[in-house]
Design a protein around this ligand. Structure first.
Ligand code: NAD
Ligand code: TYD
Length: 354
């Protein structure tokens, strides 16, 4: 696996998918090179997610706190670590935040990606791969019918998806114009361990456990396609290994679900695992709230290119993946407490002096 890479720069490796990816690559593949994880540690980045990795894999894991928007620091890091490949996760990733404050999305997702591409281009003599992680949200919204293909025109709705679309275009332009070896993946909604509890599944899970309201936007009938995070990690590795340079691959779970159905499933699983709440079944906590502005109605993704060309397909069923995820949040109350409390901010202050 990834035999052609010696020093892989993973950006955003302390976030949800990035940390799952680093765990996966070390624990479950035969990759022998080094991973240099660069992360700014925003509210969404948590070094606890990778606790112990440096001791378990001495000399093969290096963490550096840095902002991908800081060109000079990133260029220095590339040279010091002799980076020959990048797997680029770092991003501002939450649609609701992008509606309230789009600025950071423009800097990190667009300017940050541009910086990495420029620096990679300066190392073209030995640079082997820039893999860019993106989302199906770049394609916009579907009605009752239709499906996103790699050839579907971009029509992003939110500042988040517009900034990701922009970064996707930049990555493919660096391939076309400069011959930079790149691959791009556009994936549907992920769920699993270590997801920051502002996204649908962890938010509803924790609120249900704690007996708080479950705020469903609009009529709850918006549809997303869902993929267990470990399946996403496998797909990324499959593309990095065998994907054709310059190509985009869609990744999906073949698991279209209405939000309300997911929230009801979460309620029922939490009722079963935690026992009944004194206030009755947790479905009673469901509250329909004002819709998100520009809320995309439906996503559905055709990932047959990845299946046909590279033999990848999702492994985890939604029912078992959701149950595993809910159990993980129940078993990791200390992690939840830290990411939600001032304690984590204090930890940051102690380690990084801010
Ligand atoms: P996340 O918000 O959990 O993690 C993002 C990480 O990037 C954090 O650790 C954060 O500290 C870091 N970061 C943010 N700004 C940075 C900067 N300027 N410099 C360095 N590091 C910075 O996000 P995630 O859910 O893990 O998503 C990772 C990638 O996958 C993103 O590019 C996202 O667009 C894409 N994606 C996510 C999903 C999903 O369902 N979560 C689906 C498809 C694609
Ligand atoms: P989210 O997890 O924010 O992912 P994305 O917007 O990138 O798809 O939201 C998933 C879906 O759940 C989306 O249709 C919005 C909806 N949603 C709610 O109904 N209530 C909530 O509190 C949140 C966070 C999301």
């Amino acid at each position: 696996m990834l035999k052609f890479i010696r020093n892989l720069l993973v950006t955003g490796g302390c976030g949800f998918i990035g940390s799952n990816f680093i765990h996966y690559i070390f624990h479950k593949t035969d990759y022998e090179g080094r991973i240099i994880n660069v992360d700014k540690l925003t509210y969404a980045g948590n070094p606890d997610n990778l606790d112990g990795i440096d001791r378990q894999y001495p000399g093969r894991y290096h963490f550096e706190r840095a902002d991908i928007c800081d060109f000079k620091t990133m260029a220095d890091l590339f040279s010091r670590h002799d980076i020959d490949a990048v797997c680029h996760f770092a991003a501002e990733s939450h649609v609701d935040r992008s509606i309230k404050q789009p600025g950071e999305f423009i800097f990190t997702n667009i300017v940050g990606t541009y910086n990495l591409l420029e620096i990679a281009r300066a190392h073209m003599d030995h640079f082997v791969l820039f893999h860019h992680i993106s989302t199906d949200e770049v394609y916009g919204s579907l009605g009752k019918r239709g499906i996103f293909r790699e050839t579907t025109r971009f029509k992003p709705s939110s500042p988040y998806s517009a900034s990701k679309a922009s970064s996707d275009h930049l990555v493919s332009a660096y391939h076309k114009t400069f011959g930079l070896p790149v691959t791009i993946s556009n994936c549907s909604n992920n769920y699993g361990p270590f997801q920051f509890p502002e996204k649908l599944i962890p938010l509803m899970t924790l609120n249900a456990i704690e007996g708080r309201n479950l705020p469903v936007y609009g009529d709850g009938k918006n549809v997303r396609d869902w993929l267990y995070v470990e399946d996403h990690c496998k797909a990324i590795l499959t593309i990095m290994n065998g994907g054709k340079r310059g190509q985009t691959y869609n990744i999906g779970g073949n698991m279209e679900m209405e939000n309300i159905v997911i929230v009801e499933m979460i309620c029922d699983i939490v009722d079963e695992l935690c026992g009944p709440d004194s206030a009755g079944p947790r479905r009673n906590l469901i509250t329909f709230v004002k819709d998100r502005p520009g809320h995309d109605r439906r996503y559905a993704i055709d990932f047959s290119k990845l299946t046909n060309h590279l033999a990848w397909h999702p492994g985890e069923s939604f029912q078992s993946g959701l149950r595993k995820t809910i159990r993980w949040y129940m078993d990791n109350a200390a992690w939840v407490e830290r990411v939600r409390s001032g304690e984590y901010q204090a930890w940051m202050k102690e380690h990084y002096g801010e």
